[in-house]
Design a protein around this ligand. Sequence first.
Ligand code: FES
Length: 106
Amino acid sequence: MPTVVIANLQSKSIHCEDKRESLLDILLSATDWMHACGAKGRCTTCKGRILHGMDNLTLRTRPEEQYAKLNKLRDDERLTCQAQVIGDVTLEVPKETQLPHLTYSE
Ligand code: FES
């Protein structure tokens, strides 16, 4: 069972079911996470910065490739609504998409 850790949110640890789920669905099962377009790949508000385990996510989707070309998605970032989890991942919430009612560490 993969584990997802949110490093800058008190290192919150989420244990996943043993099947492919979107990273966003896993995150939302344990905390609030911005996702303005409703997980349709049409914004970048759901992005997460991957610290460990980039290889434990499915390959980038077409929307992610397009945002990367527009420099709206860094090499170490993924749209959490597009990436499916296949192994352990550690990520952090980028400053620009942090929610005001949650307390993040640096
Ligand atoms: S929620 Fe908009 S791209 Fe993921």
